[in-house]
Design a protein around this ligand. Sequence first.
Ligand SMILES: *Cc1c(COP(=O)(O)O)cnc(C)c1O
Length: 392
Amino acid sequence: MSQGDGTKLVGAGRRKEWTQGIVSPPVWRASTILYDNVAELRAAAGKDSHHRLFYGRRGTPTQWSLAEALTELEPGAEATFLYPSGVAAVSAALLSVLSPGDELLLADSVYDPTRSFATGFLARFGITTRFYDPMIGGGIADLIGECTRAIFMESPGSLTFEVQDVPAIVAAAKARGVTTLIDNTWATPLLFPVIELGVDLSILACTKYIVGHSDVMLGSVTATPSHWARLRDTSFALGQTASPDDAWLGSRGLRTMAVRLKHHGAAALEIARWLEVRPEVARVLHPALPSCPGHDLFLRDFKGPSGLFSFVLNGGTEAARAALIDGLELFGIGYSWGGFESLAIPVDPGRIRSATRWEAEGPIVRLQIGLEDPADLIADLAAGLDRFRAAS
Ligand SMILES: *Cc1c(COP(=O)(O)O)cnc(C)c1O
């Protein structure tokens, strides 16, 4: 019988040999591991000695437990590598696939540091990037050339939340032997298990919903059997490792993620619907609302909403937007998201587009909806919209 998400998260990664029966997989800290003799020392060193203590950089049962738990959430996946941040996960995943002379197709709506990594770092090593319209769907086939090695997706897109046609893009990529990667941070595998849709590498900024408490930086990449060895070897070569303490907090957060996501998603939807009919708001960009590009794809492919979205103000100045945000009492002003506290930031996607033009009726605000009661957040936002109107 296939299990529900809550049940899966309670048991995930808790092998008895790693936990020794302790309910919450404990923190094993290590650099040096001691062996009884030279033969044992040599045996532990092989790259395939996955899940054998070798040296702290290769992890201990604390990291293995979280990595295995994340693998279990992606049916069809081989294994998961952990990183010290989401950006480290993005860069290792790309470096595991690309070589000098290759071309990368990158969605125009990706997280800005992913864009910078491609146009800055990868360009220095002779890897070119072509940006594509996130709504391109199967039309991506026309962009795949001789040198195209990888297609990177992020669905929904950062800041603007366009939902991509992942199955259509994967089909076009597979027909030409091109690798697909996705930044799946918004949905997590609970709302969007992408490996079973045919994606080769699934990337998470675990800093967000996996950790869930705004106190740890962590990233992961989950790979299919055909892409695991390259990912592992590249990550070893880069010296990537996540600390046992951070992995432990990641595991601890993961246990409650299904419950948290349900709240984040339902509260965000309630607030998004409330904003949608306010006269100060031109558009709400949440994939679960019809006004969001790709809403039909969201209904087709995703199991539910999560808690991060943007709204476009109806006209108004930057100063009026700042007046809205500055006076909020329950929303913190700060980057990142996925924690228990609600956050609000101004975003300006127009500045970072190249394949598409971003046009909007006014300034944009991005909200992360936390675990507060939605009625309190709505009251806070209502006062904010009053300040916006008064300042416009
Ligand atoms: C935050 C974020 C990242 C980067 O994660 P860090 O842990 O902050 O490095 C990557 N992708 C998306 C979509 C994000 O929101």
